[in-house]
Design a protein around this ligand. Structure first.
Ligand code: ATP
Ligand code: LTN
Length: 350
């Protein structure tokens, strides 16, 4: 299982993450993943950000939009990457399907991962629903493809939201098992999740016990990155709170108040102020004061991103150029690593 010993791997530090081109991005995707992608550019680490279109097709075509829409959804996520502040010169932005080695490595990893490991994945159970027999085999092995995405670049760190923790543990197990089974102790790094932070788990605005999600039927449950200022203000105003009185006096007072805790967490993640500072600022105030203030910080943060997003989407050819350049650069890293994997496994001609 996840190890406690330091990995033998001593290669360069490299960040890899991905977002599926399914539906509009929401505040959870932004704070849990995208904002971290942007912030990590301030480090010296190499940063690689993928639009995981092969993961999108693990569900039925009506869920991901079908073949006419998939490429444009991929462009939309790439545009959101750019609008949020990912610099295509500093970082690699590309589509998973453009680098064929992802699925090639995924096959090898399908033969490394054990059934028991994959069967434990709770997201499969959530996504497959009651009728798991009808889910695609791809949905089942989805986390194995995710391990291939990461390890194809020998990525050492993976920024994701809290819901991806278990998948990351599987990637770590696969890396260790490959290294051991093929007797190449330091070949793959054991990738570290980067999850911590106030945005790691943003909850629904309508139910503080459910995560904010693209698939929630109620649009009022989430803030979409493309929502305009009025819509954001309206959704915050309608956000569920509780009958337990005004804003708490201290952080302990957030216990047992998941909806309020979520709103405070959002304020903290967006403004960069600590949860303690936010609670102190609004201690004892009513939601009639806190909610408009929250809407204001959100609009101030998101409006420029939304405006840039619209501008970028006006020039899809430029987005395609970024994706093509990114695919070339990604391939240049991936191909020699995949060649090494072929030799390590012992395939003919490798
Ligand atoms: P959703 O649950 O919204 O349908 P998803 O988790 O199935 O989306 P992606 O769009 O690929 O799939 O998620 C992209 C990133 O956003 C991942 O790193 C995921 O952990 C993160 N993320 C998704 N929802 C939340 C949330 N509510 N809070 C924090 N991070 C989230
Ligand atoms: N499973 C992830 C998306 C994803 C990913 C990755 C994230 C696919 N491959 C590699 C990080 C690294 C999700 O958010 N649902």
């Amino acid at each position: 299982m996840t190890d406690t010993t330091a990995p033998a791997y001593s290669g360069p530090k490299r960040i890899f993450s991905g977002i599926q081109p399914t539906g509009n991005l929401h505040l959870g995707n932004y704070l849990g993943a995208l904002k971290k992608f942007v912030d990590l550019q301030a480090t010296e680490w190499e940063t690689i950000y993928c639009v995981v279109d092969q993961h999108a097709i693990t569900q039925a075509p009506d869920v991901w939009g079908g073949p006419e829409l998939l490429a444009s959804y991929t462009r939309q996520i790439a545009a959101a990457y750019l609008a949020a502040g990912i610099d295509p010169k500093r970082s690699i932005i590309f589509a998973q399907s453009a680098v064929r080695e992802h699925t090639e490595l995924a096959w090898v990893f399908n033969c490394v991962a054990r059934m028991g490991w994959v069967e434990r994945m709770t997201q499969f159970k959530d996504k497959a629903g009651k009728d798991a027999e009808r889910a695609s085999v791809g949905l089942f092995t989805y986390p194995v493809l995710m391990a291939a995405d990461i390890l194809l670049y020998k990525a050492t760190h993976v920024p994701v939201g809290d819901d991806q923790k278990q998948h990351l543990e599987l990637s770590r197990d696969i890396a260790e098992r490959f290294n051991r089974d093929f007797n190449v102790p330091d070949f793959f790094p054991v990738p570290e999740p980067l999850i911590k932070g106030p945005g790691a788990r943003i909850m629904s605005l309508k139910d503080g016990t459910k995560k904010m999600s693209k698939s929630d039927p109620s649009d009022l449950s989430r803030i979409n990155l493309v929502d305009d200022s009025d819509t954001i203000a309206k959704k915050i105003k309608k956000a569920t709170t509780d009958p337990l009185g005004p804003m708490p006096e201290d952080v302990k007072g957030l216990e047992g108040r998941p909806e309020v805790e979520n709103l405070v967490g959002i304020y903290s993640a967006v403004s960069g102020e600590s949860v303690e500072a936010v609670v102190a600022k609004y201690a004892g105030q009513g939601f009639g004061v806190f909610k408009p203030a929250l809407a204001e910080v959100m609009v101030a943060h998101l409006a420029p991103i939304t405006a840039r997003y619209r501008e970028i989407m006006d020039d899809p050819a430029e987005v395609d150029r970024v994706l093509r350049d990114g695919a070339d650069r990604a391939r240049a890293i991936a191909a020699p690593i995949m060649d090494e994997v072929r030799r390590t496994v012992g395939f003919w001609g490798a």
